[in-house]
Design a protein around this ligand. Structure first.
Ligand code: HMG
Ligand code: MG
Length: 306
């Protein structure tokens, strides 16, 4: 498998990035951030989720946010849909792609969506079927692929089982989540090697969290095997509130920096990306954890002191 010349970055910041933020961001600021993200050249934005507002208060304004999405011919807007109720809320919106989600481990699945893995299949099946009937693409997240905060190690056979069930339902793409950032590059290659015996490589995206600073190394491991679709969150915001110890996603700005500096195309304009990062940093009111933002903040401080 040859090393990719271009990579498709899927921005999940407005959903995965914000969902873990305690301070509620006003709807207008979320919309303004999404407008800035569109200007960066990013072509896939996961903008919110239609989960229970009590479970994720930050995204309780999903209906309002999606009403004001800037229309752009090349941008795909996606949102998380956990069940029929979420589907009903999302059907009459301009969201192009629905993302269903479940875990490879029972412990996280139960805590995150209040169901066993077996109970989840029929719920998601309905969402996939009805979502597809509207002509939409469906994405399927598999969480805790590389380890679970409650059950520990996760067998690859379990990841294969859940992934195959999602594909059988009609999911168009799988996103494999390292929900709590425990993966290492060797493990990434081993798991992907096993998985691709059963699942077509082009159907797989990778969704790394950077909890232990391994996300870029894990991207490299997947790039070496020819994988080309990566989820990330601008500035490294993010995490799942129902995964003990989960923290920031792989940062879009760090990922873009690594890829562009290696000559791998992302289609992103770095100056616009950093403006969008400045904007959300101001909105959340704390410095963002990505390396690009840390350098930027440091340089600003030094200039101010001059
Ligand atoms: P539940 O309490 O089991 O729901 O929650 P229920 O079906 O028993 O219904 C209870 C009540 O909630 C009912 O209302 C429903 O109508 C209502 P009542 O009749 O009592 O008035 N309800 C809803 N309301 C609004 N929107 C809905 C909805 N569903 C039911 N969609 C549920 C089950 C799935 C809803 C809940 O557990 C939930 O919302 N979980 C979401 C948690 C979440 O968002 N986690 C983070 C996203 S996943 C993630 O971050 C990982 C990922 O990034 C990949 C990775 O990193 O690995 C994707
Ligand atoms: Mg995530």
């Amino acid at each position: 498998m040859s090393f990719p010349k271009e990579v498709f970055i899927k921005e999940v910041g407005p959903r995965d990035g914000l969902q873990n933020e305690k301070k509620l961001i006003p709807t207008e600021q979320k919309i303004a951030w999404i407008e800035k993200l569109v200007q960066t050249g990013l072509r896939y934005l996961e903008v919110t989720s239609f989960v229970h507002p009590k479970w994720i208060p930050q995204l309780a304004d999903s209906e309002q946010v999606v009403k004001h999405l800037p229309s752009h011919p090349d941008v795909t807007y996606a949102a998380l849909i956990p069940n029929r109720k979420g589907l009903e809320r999302a059907l009459d919106t301009p969201i192009h792609e629905f993302s269903v989600f479940m875990s490879a481990s029972e412990g996280h699945n139960k805590r995150n969506i209040n169901k066993t893995i077996d109970e989840t299949y029929s719920v998601l099946e309905e969402v996939v079927k009805e979502g597809k009937a509207t002509g939409r693409n469906i994405r399927g997240y598999v969480s805790t692929v590389f380890g679970c905060p409650y059950d520990g190690d996760v067998a690859v056979s379990q990841v294969v089982k859940v992934s195959e069930r999602l594909l059988e339902m009609g999911v168009d793409e799988l996103s494999l989540g390292d929900t709590i950032g425990v993966a290492n590059p060797r493990q990434v290659q081993q798991v992907l090697y096993e998985l691709t015996k059963y699942i077509p490589q082009e159907k797989i995206a990778l969704h790394f969290h950077n909890t232990r600073g391994m996300a870029l190394a894990n991207v490299w491991a997947a790039l070496e095997m020819g994988f080309t679709i990566f989820d990330s969150s601008l500035g490294g915001l993010g995490g799942c509130p129902y995964a003990k110890g989960a923290s920031g996603n792989l940062a879009t700005d760090d990922l873009n920096h690594m890829l562009e500096s290696m000559g791998v195309e992302t289609g992103i304009q770095t100056s616009q990306l950093m403006k969008a990062a400045d904007f959300i940093q101001e909105a959340v009111g704390k410095s963002l954890p990505s390396h690009q933002m840390q350098i930027r903040n440091q340089m600003r401080k030094e200039e101010d002191n001059r």
